[in-house]
Ligand binder design. Structure first.
Ligand SMILES: Cc1ncc(C[n+]2csc(CCOP(=O)(O)OP(=O)(O)O)c2C)c(N)n1
Ligand code: SF4
Ligand SMILES: [Mg+2]
Length: 271
């Protein structure tokens, strides 16, 4: 049987023996995001001649964060909930040649790690952040997150969420990231292209991928994917977001000094 071309990027053995099946529930969107990341890296290795050894994955804690040292045939760090970005920054300071891919969840980024998130974007640190936004805390039982839509029922909001939610992409752009895009798991090709652009961007690239958690949203993966496709919209100019729709596309792609390079210039004055 022909092997999946991306299997080369998975370890021969995972925590439960054979690398597949992964620990993720069947139909979870996180596996699709990992597949997109592998395709993007594969192309960059081929087209830009960057060695595989230069790619490092850093994750925090959450379902999304399981996409790391357990399975990946890359150097990687499975770190602390919410602290992915400081740890990724430390790794990059130690070796600025690295291409660091951070895989994080909406809770990891927008709740416990919110402050690290805005300051990484403000500093414009050369990281590619893939934020898997399933609209809740998947790993711990489907609790409400800062990204949960208003009125939605979760395990901790059985009568409907009463809080306004964060727009993580808007936050990244406002805080200073140089590449920001949002796609969904129903947009695999666009996601691959966005990840490639993010990795090639010298600065903070934030790519938000709206994803399905069929277990806690209690829907089938197929219905959730159809809904992601149907409910996402590409806006033109200042067009208002139609009610209930998710804006998708590339929101920001600019050039400005990257912090580790700027910091190195200060150090170089004394060498
Ligand atoms: C310091 C700390 N606080 C809380 C937790 C419990 N915890 C683990 S994962 C998680 C939420 C994960 O949600 P998200 O980042 O959206 O990832 P998902 O599981 O949805 O992919 C929480 C609160 C923890 N592990 N560490
Ligand atoms: S609980 Fe949800 S987010 Fe977590 S692995 Fe299962 S489907 Fe994916
Ligand atoms: Mg989540």
């Amino acid at each position: 049987m022909k092997k999946h071309p991306m299997l080369k990027y998975l370890k021969e053995e995972g925590p439960m023996g054979d690398r597949l099946p992964m620990i993720l529930c069947p139909g979870c969107g996180s596996g699709q995001v990992l597949n997109a990341a592998f395709h993007a890296i594969d192309k960059i290795i081929e087209e830009d001649g960057i060695a595989k050894e230069n790619f490092v994955f850093i994750t925090g804690v959450g379902c999304s964060a399981r996409l790391t040292s357990h399975y990946l045939n890359f150097d990687s760090g499975w770190t602390i909930h919410g602290r992915t970005l400081p740890i990724a920054t430390g790794a990059l300071l130690a070796n600025p040649e690295l291409r660091i891919i951070v895989i994080t969840g909406d809770g990891d980024t927008g709740a416990i790690g919110g402050n690290h998130f805005i300051h990484a974007c403000r500093r414009n640190i050369d990281l590619t952040i893939l934020c898997i936004n399933n609209g809740l805390y998947g790993m711990t039982g489907g609790q409400v997150a800062p990204t949960t839509g208003i009125g939605l029922k979760t395990s901790t909001t059985p009568y409907g969420n009463t809080e306004e939610s964060f727009d993580l992409s808007k936050m990244a752009e406002t805080a200073g990231a140089t590449y920001v895009a949002r796609w969904t798991t129903a947009h695999p090709r666009q996601t691959v292209r966005a990840i490639m652009k993010g990795v090639r961007k010298k600065g903070t690239a934030f790519i938000e991928i709206m994803s399905q958690c069929p277990v806690h949203w209690k829907e089938t993966p197929v219905d959730m994917l159809k809904a992601l496709k149907k409910n996402s919209v590409r806006l033109k100019g200042d067009e208002a977001v139609p009610n209930g729709k998710i804006p998708i596309g590339e929101f920001c792609n600019i050039e400005k000094p990257e912090w580790i390079e700027s910091y190195q210039k200060v150090i170089d004055q004394f060498n």
